[in-house]
Design a protein around this ligand. Structure first.
Ligand code: FES
Ligand SMILES: [Fe+2]
Length: 394
């Protein structure tokens, strides 16, 4: 059917055609999504990685926002990041992709609430800097809420009917505070995915005591790569002997266990004899082992790297299909420094990773790369990551 022939059809017929056309488009995009993951419905020994086209597909990238980023955890910070002198802190969820304006509120009991920072009148940003407040007041026309987001007052609306409505309160979002680590989530059921693996393994670690490193607590890198390529590289230690000669000396790569539960992937770095390791308490499941680092990946793009000296948080912040910001935040235990352990030369390792991932980005769109296979021994983490991604579209 050509557009010029449409005048011969009734309105009803055009409507039917339009509907079937949009249905076809929907079906096509649905089939395309699944096409990317068709090699994943098998055990790792037979599975195939997604094709290179997935990493260059702008429509697929856009669909990740609702399907992948909204219903999973993102990093809000450590409690020590939020000054005791203030109680209200504006934040942005996944700057560069979701860009969702939020406000974090700490009450007198030191409990946190995470809310929308967008006025329910005409969408002005309500809080623009960390403040000490008794209520929230929109700077545009003066709408007010209490510190839990309940609507209180709006000038000029005395004769408005059916007001305030439920949607005039500020939406409260999911927030999880575990030992001072704060995570947010904008959609999906409460308390899922559970983070049991993280809770079980790191319960011994005094996370409430860590503090942001004094010098350069946060570092950001913008790299011209697809976010998923960066995550995949993080999720395997296979490349360590080839790409990170320094790190290779600090870790015993013959042992590099990878496990998963609840959309969390854990890689355990076993330290060699000369490298610092955790003092694990009796009763810990790894008691007696020389663990130099626990690398936790919280799907889709949050990396919590625990070392004997503290915690390094890497947030993977997608900006476009071919651009990603990596934000590093470093927290130290009191009196400790980053030395003599697997995480001491983080910057060097980061640059080596960025360089190799950029090489992959340059060739991932090749017409002659249909996708690859997984090493069952070394690439379980990458396989799990792709499984979680596929799961979001099923
Ligand atoms: S936009 Fe907030 S009161 Fe009008
Ligand atoms: Fe690496």
């Amino acid at each position: 059917m050509s557009f010029s022939s449409q005048e011969n059809f009734s309105i009803y017929e055009i409507e039917v055609w339009r509907n079937s056309f949009s249905l076809r488009l929907l079906q096509n995009s649905f089939e395309n999504m699944h096409q990317y993951f068709s090699g994943l419905s098998k055990p790792i020994e037979c599975a195939e990685t997604p094709p290179g086209a997935m990493y260059c597909d702008d429509d697929f990238y856009q669909s990740l926002h609702e399907k992948v980023f909204m219903p999973n955890y993102f990093w809000l910070g450590h409690i020590s990041d939020f000054s005791e002198e203030k109680n209200v802190f504006p934040l942005t969820a996944l700057p560069g992709s979701l860009n969702e304006p939020l406000v974090l509120v700490r009450n007198k009991l030191k409990e946190f609430t995470l809310m929308s920072n967008v006025c329910t009148h005409r969408a002005a940003r309500i809080v623009s800097e960390p403040s000490q407040l008794r209520r929230l007041i929109c700077p545009y026309h003066g709408r007010r809420w209490d510190l839990e987001g309940s609507f209180q007052f709006m000038p000029g609306f005395e004769s408005a009917k059916d007001f305030p409505r439920e949607c005039d309160h500020l939406i409260n979002h999911r927030i999880l505070n575990w030992k001072g680590l704060l995570f947010g989530k904008l959609a999906g059921p409460e308390f899922t995915p559970k983070l049991r693996l993280l809770f079980e393994i790191m319960d011994f670690f005094p996370l409430e005591e860590i503090m942001a490193q004094k010098e350069a607590p946060v570092t950001e890198y913008t790299i011209p790569v697809n976010w998923a390529l960066y995550c995949e590289n993080y999720l395997e230690g296979f490349h360590i002997p080839f790409v990170h000669p320094g790190l290779n000396e600090a870790l015993d790569i013959s042992e590099y266990p990878v496990e998963t539960a609840d959309r969390v992937i854990l890689q355990t770095g076993i330290a060699d004899k000369n490298t610092g390791c955790f003092d694990l308490p009796e009763g810990h499941r790894d008691f007696g082992k020389r663990v130099g680092a626990y690398y936790f990946f919280l799907f889709p793009g949050l990396m919590l790297n625990f070392y004997p000296w503290g915690l390094s948080v890497n947030e993977v912040l997608p900006v476009s299909v071919k651009s990603t910001v990596i934000r590093y935040s470093t927290y130290l235990l009191p009196g400790l420094v980053k030395s003599g352990s697997a995480g001491a030369a983080l910057e060097q390792v980061e640059f080596e990773d960025q360089a190799v991932v950029q090489k992959v980005q340059d060739s991932i769109g090749s017409r002659f790369y249909p996708g690859g296979r997984y090493s069952p021994k070394h690439e379980k983490g990458v396989y799990y990551f792709h499984q979680f991604l596929a799961d979001c579209f099923n």
